[in-house]
Design a protein. Structure first.
Ligand SMILES: [Mg+2]
Length: 179
């Protein structure tokens, strides 16, 4: 199967590092579990979206992100099992950093299978694994026969379809979908 995999919040742990910078710079005390909206600035009414997103522009920002537990080993297994794993990531900033992150954490992964796309519904696959409601909804609508799978987060509780809570859950669900 062709598995379309999101990076931020699914493969790379975006929120904790991003929040640590926001907290340090603006003196806030936000915790990752308190981020109940995909747009972090909605949690910080005194900060604008531009102020919050400023950190994303820092060269090297994405290289600081830790892999989500289980992501790398599961991706390697899925590739070994014959799946066509494709990263589909929205990327306003840091394209080169994201490529380097993949090279560092998944050496040998083909960069030709890394697609930068804001409109993920333009990319066809059997499965989309994502943490963004807007991506899941738009993609599922475009591909009713595909399976949009939500990677559980405090900010995507409204999703009504398939949901996994970790990478081992995703692996099991992929196996189930193959049958
Ligand atoms: Mg994401």
């Amino acid at each position: 199967m062709r598995l379309l995999i999101d990076m931020d919040g699914v493969t790379a742990d975006l929120v904790p590092y991003w929040l640590s910078l926001i907290n340090r710079y603006y003196g806030t005390h936000l915790k990752p579990e308190e981020v109940t909206d995909w747009y972090i600035h909605k949690m910080t009414p005194h900060l604008t979206q531009a102020q919050v997103e400023e950190f994303l522009k820092d060269p090297g920002f994405f290289l600081h992100l830790e892999p989500i537990p289980g992501a790398l080993s599961t991706l390697k297994t899925l590739i070994q099992e014959g799946h066509d794993v494709v990263f589909v990531t929205h990327c306003k900033y840091g394209h080169e950093d994201k490529r380097k992150w993949i090279e560092r954490h998944l050496p040998g992964f083909p960069l030709s299978s890394v697609i930068f796309a804001e409109r993920k519904e333009l990319i066809q696959g059997d499965v989309l694994l994502d943490d963004g409601l807007h991506n899941l909804e738009a993609w599922q609508k475009a591909y009713p026969d595909g399976t949009a799978i939500c990677f559980d987060s405090p900010y995507n509780k409204e999703w009504q379809g398939y949901r996994v809570f970790d990478w081992s859950g995703f692996h099991l669900l992929v196996k189930a979908l193959e049958k």
